[in-house]
Ligand binder design. Structure first.
Ligand SMILES: Nc1nc2c(ncn2[C@@H]2O[C@H](COP(=O)(O)OP(=O)(O)OP(=O)(O)O)[C@@H](O)[C@H]2O)c(=O)[nH]1
Ligand SMILES: [Mg+2]
Length: 651
């Protein structure tokens, strides 16, 4: 395994360790009865995120530049043979996703190209098992895998008319769709392939996307709109023997350079073509450097971001264990750059997410524990003050506690009122961003497209859809802001009047969702904003493109719904927990005083019992600190902000 293999494996191992530490913490939380439904849901969400973490690398280029060969050399050299088909001319005919999902058997799933005809986006078809043809690979057998992989090369002969219907005619076509003597053209048999295979790196969450040359990329909106932009790294491949052609530049401009989120790496493949026994190494290297410089200039990249390699020699070197040849293929330098591009950034995002989620959750448990301890300390203090006092004084004290209790009950009635405002707001939020609302927007946008003239149609529809989403997001932000203000007031009043330690509520920010909407809008504008002349085929392509945008917005709404729901629950949870705690405490205090008055128990016995409880809570807190400390250490906290979550306050 090269540098990437090691990094991804280490990253996977680290995630496993973190998940174990979090699981231990939760078991303990459950043990000491501090685990409520909200905490449980949050822990499950964190564990799911850690388990389902994916790192995606997309290979994009004109045909025959060596994308598939690179994948073989970097990820599958230990199979001793090519796994992904790679050959002269057009080879990979459909976008191919290599991944591993444990809950599926090893298989290759193929989506027939006919599914392009109705406008259902790929994202929606993913969840429709009937749409796919599945080849099961028993026990992940590598030989069967290689055979089954042949499917990505399959083509069909169809009439030009049919090819048009399927969306395969493109401007600037390089002759791929030239009809034969009978007027037939070749089209891919499949629209998309998903290979589910238990390769060690895929098991760790790596997803590889191999793409075919330009034509099919242009025709599948999901690739340009979603799969390539969402990839964590995009490798753009050129070949030394062809140099930078016009269509290479076209692919780069359209599909790779607009993608800002991912790391972009350019590869100059097939440098073995420059190897020449009659030249010395220095002049060969100088020639490679010259080519790299000209590629860098053409792509407007720093020369350091263009990696000259020989995928083929790299693969051979690995299969034959030839270190000299591997070094000469320069593959390790590319892998080093790729892993540097991939893992650290990914890890940073994950750490930030887990840290935020975990801190919020453990913070709730921590402040419950410290409230519990503080209450005990106060109660011990109260009972100590009763030593040697007569019944009258005790009667006063009981009356005072009863008074406190009544006040608190009043506070709870007030809370009831606020709760109903809270649920009303929640309902309005869910109506605003609900599935029905979005469906209506999409319907309206389709109608706008249909009724406006052809060339402006897509733009009108797209603007109407994105505009409607913006309005919904604005409204949701406003409502969530109001809920936040309401909760802040509620936290504050319970803290001030009843001494609960609530801190301030977490607020909800719409920033991320609006930013994602901006990204979707920018992407669609770049692709279709400038189109003025619309042919029938192009119109079909644009319609599919619209459906892809709609599907991506739908996913964004769904995420927003889930996140808001979790937030609403999380913002209520601390107050509910502390109220229960406070009620228990009032009851305990009153019981204690009553018992002493009724001479049912001695004061000393009560105080002793309370001291024991206090010792227990303190021990509990120490365990919490240790478990939280382990998790923080695994997360690699930069500098510890403030005190650990459950740390004792000085009484
Ligand atoms: N000499 C040489 N040939 C290579 C190298 N890498 C790939 N090739 C050859 O180039 C041809 C195309 O390679 P593929 O891996 O199929 O290219 P691709 O980019 O996946 O092409 P499509 O699947 O058609 O989009 C094959 O014949 C490979 O053997 C290399 O480093 N050196
Ligand atoms: Mg290929």
């Amino acid at each position: 395994m090269g540098a990437i293999g090691e990094q991804i494996a280490a990253y996977g191992g680290w995630r496993g360790e973190l998940a174990d530490a979090i699981r231990r913490y939760f078991l303990w939380l459950d043990d000491v009865e501090l685990a409520d439904d909200v905490a449980r849901a949050r822990i499950e969400a964190i564990l799911a995120r850690l388990g389902n973490e994916r790192i995606t690398v997309a290979f994009v280029a004109e045909f025959s530049r060596g994308k598939s060969e690179l994948i073989n050399a970097i990820f599958f050299p230990d199979h001793g043979q090519r796994v992904v088909p790679s050959s002269a001319g057009r080879t990979t005919m459909c976008p191919t996703e290599l991944r591993y999902d444990r809950d599926r058997p090893p298989s290759i799933r193929l989506l027939p190209v006919e599914t392009r005809i109705d406008d259902t986006p790929l994202a929606d078809l993913r969840d429709e098992p009937d749409a796919w043809t599945e080849i099961v690979l028993p026990h992940g057998d590598p030989i069967r895998l290689r055979q089954a992989f042949g499917a990505v090369q399959e083509i069909d002969l169809v009439s030009v008319e049919r090819a048009r219907q399927l969306g395969f005619v493109q401007e600037g076509d390089d002759g791929f769709l030239q009809p034969d003597a009978d007027g037939m053209v070749q089209v891919p048999r499949w629209r998309h392939a998903i290979v589910n295979y238990p390769h060690p790196l895929l098991e760790m969450g790596l997803v590889i996307i191999d793409t075919p040359g330009l034509n099919a990329i242009g025709a599948e909106p999901e690739l340009t709109l979603s799969m390539i932009p969402k990839a964590d790294a995009v490798l753009f491949v050129l070949a030394a023997d062809t140099g930078v052609t016009r269509s290479d530049i076209e692919v780069w401009r359209r599909h790779v350079s607009p993608v800002q989120r991912s790391g972009r790496i350019a590869v100059l493949n097939k440098i073995d073509g420059l190897w020449d026994e009659l030249k010395d190494d220095a002049s060969i290297d100088a020639e490679i450097d010259r080519q790299v410089a000209s590629v860098a200039a053409a792509l407007e990249l720093p020369a350091g971001m263009v990696f000259p390699v020989s995928a083929q020699k790299g693969l051979v070197a690995r299969v034959q264990g030839d270190r000299g040849l591997l070094a000469r293929s320069r593959l390790p330098a590319l892998e080093q750059a790729l892993s540097g591009e991939l893992v650290p950034r990914q890890r940073e995002i994950l750490v930030e997410h887990v840290r935020r989620e975990f801190d919020e959750m453990s913070g709730v448990a921590g402040s419950l524990l410290s409230a519990r301890r503080r209450n005990l300390v106060e109660q011990i203090f109260e009972l100590n003050a009763l030593r040697g006092k007569n019944r009258d004084v005790m009667g006063h004290m009981a009356a005072r506690i009863r008074g406190e209790r009544e006040d608190f009950e009043k506070g709870l009635r007030h809370l009831q009122g606020l709760r109903s405002v809270f649920s009303r707001h929640s309902r309005t939020i869910f109506a605003t961003i609900g599935a029905d609302a979005l469906r209506q927007h999409v319907r309206n946008a389709r109608e706008d497209m249909r009724t406006s003239n052809f060339s402006g149609g897509l733009r009108t529809g797209m603007d109407s859809l994105i505009g409607a989403a913006r309005v919904d997001f604005g409204e949701t932000g406003r409502l969530a802001g109001e809920v936040g203000t309401l909760m802040s007031a509620m936290y504050k009043s319970f803290s001030a009047q009843h001494g609960l330690s609530l801190g301030s509520p977490i607020l909800f920010s719409m920033k991320r969702y609006v930013a994602e909407l901006d990204r979707i809008e920018a992407l669609q504008r770049r692709h279709f904003g400038a189109i003025s002349l619309v042919t029938t085929e192009k119109w079909a392509l644009m319609r599919r493109f619209f459906e892809s945008v709609a599907s991506r917005i739908k996913a964004l709404y769904e995420k927003l719904n889930r996140d808001i729901q979790a937030w609403l629950r999380a913002v209520m949870a601390p107050i509910e927990g502390q109220i229960r705690e406070h009620q228990d405490q009032l009851k305990r205090r009153l019981d204690a005083v009553r018992r002493v008055i009724d001479a049912n128990g001695s004061l000393d016995e009560r105080i002793e019992a309370l001291e024991r409880m206090r010792a227990e809570v303190e021990q509990c807190t120490a365990v919490a600190d240790e478990l939280v400390g382990q998790i923080r250490a695994t997360l690699g906290h930069p500098e510890q902000p403030g005190r650990p979550v459950g740390q004792l306050e000085t009484a």
